[in-house]
Structures are given as structure tokens and as C-alpha cells.
Design a protein around this ligand. Structure first.
Ligand code: MN
Length: 367
């Protein structure tokens, strides 16, 4: 039983509208899809959605890294995931999104080989997952209107992007809370946009609007600042850009710098290491969220299956496929109904058919 062929496809998907967060705006997501074909008739889909801002990766670096890794995988058993992860790390340091594309495709194969939905074989803790939807940065009034629209679509949790101007950020939250009422969960993400002092002031002013948690208030590398914010914030603090790997999770846990961790497959290098982060966090009493970058239905399905599988992944921000105008999956993938990610009754990730007009021809075929 071995890996026979690996195909690599660069894919560009447009957002419905420019998506703005504290460091800048995006109009398109540039992803790289991997298809791993085995010699026993099973194949798997994986995806990289690289973020230069977060991991330094671009589609070009992903393709380069895959060119180093992929030839070494031909002939390997696709179920030896721990061994494959070790091999990838020995060949190339960092570059977690490129590695995630391989890791996700191997997990898809795993589920298909044992003929189960992936979440059932990864732990099977829940059968659906509550996801939020993200509101990109606009004027406070426009964001309040977007919040009402999202709630009308059935979303029960909103992730509100802030981190531009603390006074205006507080106004954003005030107007959104007023517009959606008390029952909707509101979580915020400053994407490193505040100083520790600004964060402490803003979070204290936001306390009365019942915020679930605040993601990455200060720059990723400012550990002292993060600790200071956590000690002085009435709202729990979640690390995103500060935690990529299991090692990062351990360091922040030991430093008592955070209350929560946002795991992303594009930072961890895929599902296998994401499980290790969730375990480290669980031992420290720190709940996790699973987030996303600009993944299509493939990467989002991977995150959703993991979130359903693992008890300590208590929150989900799995919405990039909904923010994208263009769909890569024609059939299958997870769907959203009343804020819940639900799973099709099909094996592995459940991606049934991709849109060939979006996928195009493979850039590279390795065999
Ligand atoms: Mn974030």
C-alpha cells in the first residue's frame, strides 16, 4: 500500500468583498491544492492557504517546498502520518502551510481507507461544530449592519475584527452589541494591532458588551505585553499569531501568557500537530479554537472534522469558504446550517467533486 502519485494545483479564489483586518485588506485567496493518489484506488485532497504575514509563506514558496518534499513521499505508506510529518520536518524547516497540504490529504486518505467520516476516526467527540462568521473592518455603523445580516443568516456567533483605532474599536463593539442583542456570542480579533496599554484600556471598556474572548491583542513576539494584557483584561485573551507549533503552545502555557489558543492548520502544519497543540493546551486547562486563513471547502472541512473530533477544541472560526465568492468544491464538503458546520455522510473529508474550471490542470505531477 503506497503513495503512487501527487498532483499540485495553484488556485486563486476571489473574496465576495475586500476583506479587511488590522494589518491590511485582501481581495483574493491564493491557495495550493494537493491530490495524493495511492496504488489501492483511494486518493486524498489537501490544501495550503499560505499567509505571508503569519508564516512568511506564499503560493510560490509552497510550490517550492512541495517540490522538495513530494518526490520523497512516493512509495511511502499514506497511513504512516507521524513518520511523514517527521520526514517533512527533516527536509524543510518551518513552511507549515505547505506541510498542511500533505497532512490534510493523508488524513483524507486515512478516513477513506477505513471508510469513515474523518471526525469519527480522529476522536468523534461531537457530530457538528458551531462556527462564527467574521466581520471584516469597516466603519462601526457598516459593521453593525453586517452583524444584523449575519444574524439573519442564522449565525449565533460573530468574530469582529478590530485593532485599528481603540476608541473606534470600542464604538464598533457597542453598536454591534446594540444591533444584535444579548444572545449572540461576540468575540474580537485585533490581529496584533494594539499596544499593551491600548489593549488593556479597550478591553476594559468593552467588558460591559459581554465579549467571549479577545484574539491576539498585541504583536506576536511581544510575550511580556501579552502577559500584561492577560493580567489586566476582564476579557479572556486568546493567542493566534503567537502560537504556530506545539512548542509555541508549551512556551505560552508555561509563561501563563494566555487563556485560550487559536489553532490553525496553516500555522501548525496540519491536523497531526494541531492535535498535539490541543493536547498541550488541554493539560494546562486552556481551551482551543480552530481558525482558518483563506481556505476553500477542502481546508475548512479538515478544520471542521478536527474540531468535531477533539473535546478541547471548544470554539470554531471556520468561515473562509463562506467569505469567498468562488467555490472550489462542486459536491460535498461541510455545509453551514444555523451556525453549525454539518458533515456529509461520506468518508474522509467528504469532498466529493471539485470544480475543474477553478482547479485547472496540475502545475506539477510527481510519480
Ligand atoms: Mn486571528
Amino acid at each position: 500500500m503506497g503513495i503512487q502519485q501527487i498532483e499540485v494545483y495553484p488556485v486563486t479564489l476571489a473574496y465576495r468583498e475586500p476583506f479587511r483586518i488590522a494589518p491590511g485588506a485582501s481581495t483574493e485567496s491564493h491557495n495550493v491544492v494537493a491530490k495524493i493518489v495511492t496504488d489501492y484506488g483511494v486518493y486524498g485532497w489537501g490544501e495550503a492557504s499560505p499567509s505571508e504575514r503569519v508564516t512568511g509563506e506564499t503560493p510560490e514558496t509552497v510550490i517550492k517546498v512541495l517540490d522538495k518534499i513530494v518526490p520523497k513521499l512516493i512509495g511511502m505508506c499514506p497511513l504512516r502520518i507521524e513518520q511523514t510529518v517527521e520526514l517533512m520536518d527533516n527536509l524543510v524547516a518551518e513552511n507549515p502551510s505547505a506541510k498542511a497540504a500533505i497532512d490534510i490529504a493523508l488524513h483524507d486518505i486515512f478516513g477513506k481507507t477505513v471508510r469513515k467520516e474523518l471526525f469519527r476516526v480522529l476522536g468523534g467527540y461531537r457530530t457538528d461544530v458551531l462556527t462564527d462568521i467574521t466581520l471584516g473592518i469597516k466603519s462601526p455603523k457598516e459593521m453593525a449592519r453586517d452583524a444584523v445580516k449575519a444574524v439573519k443568516r442564522g449565525f449565533k456567533a460573530l468574530k469582529v475584527k478590530v485593532g485599528v483605532n481603540p476608541e473606534e474599536d470600542v464604538e464598533r463593539i457597542r453598536l454591534i452589541r446594540e444591533a444584535v442583542g444579548e444572545k449572540i456570542h461576540i468575540r474580537i480579533d485585533a490581529n496584533q494591532g494594539w499596544t499593551p496599554k491600548q489593549a488593556i484600556q479597550a478591553l476594559n471598556k468593552m467588558e460591559k458588551y459581554n465579549i467571549q474572548f479577545a484574539e491576539q491583542p498585541v504583536p506576536a513576539e511581544d510575550l511580556k505585553g501579552l502577559i500584561e494584557v492577560k493580567r489586566n483584561s476582564p476579557i479572556p485573551v486568546m493567542a493566534d499569531e503567537s502560537v504556530h507549533s506545539p512548542g509555541d503552545a508549551l512556551r505560552l502555557v508555561e509563561a501563563e501568557a494566555i487563556d485560550l489558543i487559536n489553532i490553525k492548520l496553516m500555522k501548525s502544519g496540519g491536523i497531526h500537530k494541531a492535535e498535539k497543540i490541543a493536547a498541550i493546551a488541554e493539560a494546562a486547562g486552556i481551551p482551543c479554537m480552530i481558525g482558518c486563513m483563506g481556505e476553500s471547502e477542502i481546508g475548512i472541512a479538515a478544520g471542521a472534522h478536527l474540531a468535531a473530533a477533539i473535546k478541547n477544541i471548544q470554539y470554531a472560526d471556520l468561515d473562509s469558504d463562506l467569505l469567498l465568492k468562488e467555490k472550489l468544491a462542486k459536491k460535498g464538503g461541510t455545509k453551514v446550517k444555523n451556525s453549525m458546520r454539518i458533515f456529509p455522510k461520506s468518508h474522509g473529508l467528504g469532498i466529493k467533486e471539485l470544480d475543474n474550471s477553478k482547479l485547472g490542470k496540475p502545475l506539477k505531477v510527481y510519480k
